[in-house]
Design a protein around this ligand. Structure first.
Ligand code: PLP
Length: 503
């Protein structure tokens, strides 16, 4: 049973994998900590192999950032005017994170200045009850570490039935299996999650799954966003069944159709308050127990090549992730940490300017989504072979294709047998369509089969269940490209569908 420890966070140490338990702290990093706490003022340390900063071949780094002075729409005004704001990192002059400090070896959570800047942002936006921030090389790196913290051979993790293979692939290699939870256009269905946990037969399947990996906003690939009501239900289920929730949220700030806020406000605090009121409450913000590990990344809101993100978690998981980082990747590169620290500092955008950028970026993607849906309505819908629902967030639309209208569609009714064997040839037709669109129309969408989590008869209801392979009838389209790409792509889809269905 869970026991409450002194600081009000539940003891969740029983979730740690053997690997995480067996991992030793890197002794060199521990000595660094002891040295940093030493009271001697003129301490000479000859302990580490640290090149001295006078030998770093960097004197100054300049970054030209878009100016966020245009309060209404910095993304558009930057694209039109190219007006930039210059910020600097210096080796010897004053700045938020000097080069001489940034390029030294550091502890796992990241350089203090950068970690503090991101912690301030995290506290302001997510207001987590009692959590700690650790920098990562983005969410791929963060999730890889998180999965190893909890998973080992024979374990099962839970995720959306269509999930992101870039992430789910990783623990498969060391023997963790995935259990897909049924979803609809609103994401994971809480009652279905509960059903899996209730039905779980430990004698046949081993330990009940203890971790839920989910992308709650603009889910990849379905584009779905979990409502606040579903989040509360899922959190309550996690409390009942003692689950860890890994909240992977790269699209959090790209949420559309939110009420327009007073963006012209000159008062930074008022602007930030208005901006945060348009954001959806996260699992992290509800996490009184410490069972949520949240992963944020700059990939979608600055650039993927930033390779910078952060994990927010309870103290124990924070320490364990730190031990892993100290004996593997080490904290992220100095360049990214310096840039982010200056950007968020008083020399740069500050948190307010970053929020102005995020708000403007969201409008930019919303325009692209509007365009995609307009062209879809004009070029694809009239074919009668596909439809699409407007996503609330993210970069993806999940296009449903009506394969039952295809002349070669086969429906073999099975009587009895395993419920997870496909009864139709939907997946074959989907594969054919994907190849045809690419090879004859010159347009690529990802087929839903790429994301489908294989089903196992042991955790799927036997009555009335439609096998996932028969529901794998979607194409994932991203609207991250230019208007021209979006327009042409949809025109080619309409044409390709006609040719495919009327062969
Ligand atoms: N998680 C999800 C759901 C994603 O869609 C992506 C990228 O597409 C990532 C993680 C990878 O993020 P990062 O670039 O921070 O590693």
């Amino acid at each position: 049973d869970n026991v409450t420890s002194n600081n009000g966070v539940i003891d969740l140490s029983h979730h740690l994998s053997d690997e995480a338990r067996n991992r030793l702290a890197n002794p060199l990093k521990d000595i660094m900590r002891v040295i940093s706490e030493c009271p001697v003022t003129d301490l000479i340390t000859m302990a580490n192999g640290d090149p001295h900063h006078s030998l770093y071949p960097f004197q100054q780094i300049m970054y030209g950032l878009p100016s966020v002075q245009d309060p209404s729409d910095p993304v558009t005004s930057w694209n039109n005017s190219g007006r930039t704001q210059m910020i600097h990192s210096y080796r010897d002059q004053e700045c938020a994170l000097p080069i001489r400090n940034a390029f030294q070896y550091s502890r796992a959570a990241g350089l203090v200045q950068c970690k503090d800047a991101i912690t301030d942002f995290t506290n302001l936006i997510f207001a987590p009850p009692n959590h700690h921030v650790m920098l990562t090389f983005g969410n791929s790196d963060g999730l890889t570490k998180v999965f190893r913290l909890f998973g080992q051979k024979g374990d099962h993790f839970l995720t959306d039935e269509f999930s992101f293979p870039g992430m789910t692939n990783c623990p498969l290699a060391y023997g963790v299996k995935w259990v897909g939870v049924k979803m609809d256009s609103g994401g994971i269905i809480p009652e279905e999650l509960e059903k899996v946990l209730i039905r779980w037969d430990e004698a046949k399947l081993g330990r009940r799954p203890r971790l839920l990996y989910t992308v709650p906003v603009g889910q990849n690939p379905t584009g779905s966003t979990l409502s606040v009501d579903r989040r509360k239900k899922i959190y309550a289920i996690a409390q009942t069944w003692d689950l860890i929730i890994a909240e992977d949220d790269p699209y959090y700030f790209l949420r559309y159709d939110v009420p327009q806020t007073n963006c012209a406000s000159a008062d930074p605090d008022e602007f930030i308050k208005n901006f945060t009121s348009t954001l959806i409450p996260t699992f992290l913000s509800m996490d009184v127990d410490g069972r949520v590990i949240r992963l944020d990344t700059f990939s979608k809101v600055l650039a993927p090549g930033m390779r910078l993100g952060w994990i927010t978690s309870n103290k124990l998981f924070h320490l364990k992730l730190g031990e892993y980082t100290d004996s593997s990747t080490q904290p992220p590169h100095a360049f990214g940490q310096m840039f982010v620290t200056e950007m968020l500092s008083e020399h740069g955008w500050k948190i307010e300017g970053f929020c102005r950028w995020l708000r403007s970026l969201r409008l930019e993607y919303q325009n692209r989504l509007d365009l995609l849906l307009d062209v879809f309505q004009r070029e694809v819908e009239p074919t009668g072979y596909a439809s699409v629902k407007r996503p609330e967030a993210g970069m993806f639309v999940w296009i449903e294709v009506f394969f039952e209208k295809h002349p070669r569609f086969v429906h073999e009714r099975c009587s009895g047998g395993s419920p997870v064997v496909a009864r139709t040839n939907t997946e074959c037709l989907l594969k054919e369509l994907f190849e045809r669109l690419m090879n004859t129309q010159g347009v690529v969408f990802l087929p839903a089969s790429t994301f489908a989590i294989p089903e196992n008869a042991l955790w799927v209801e036997s009555d009335g269940h439609v096998p996932l392979s028969d529901r794998t009838r979607f194409l994932r389209a991203a609207f991250a490209g230019t208007e021209d790409m979006i327009e042409k792509g949809m025109i080619r889809l309409g044409k390709g569908l006609r040719e495919f269905f009327q062969e």
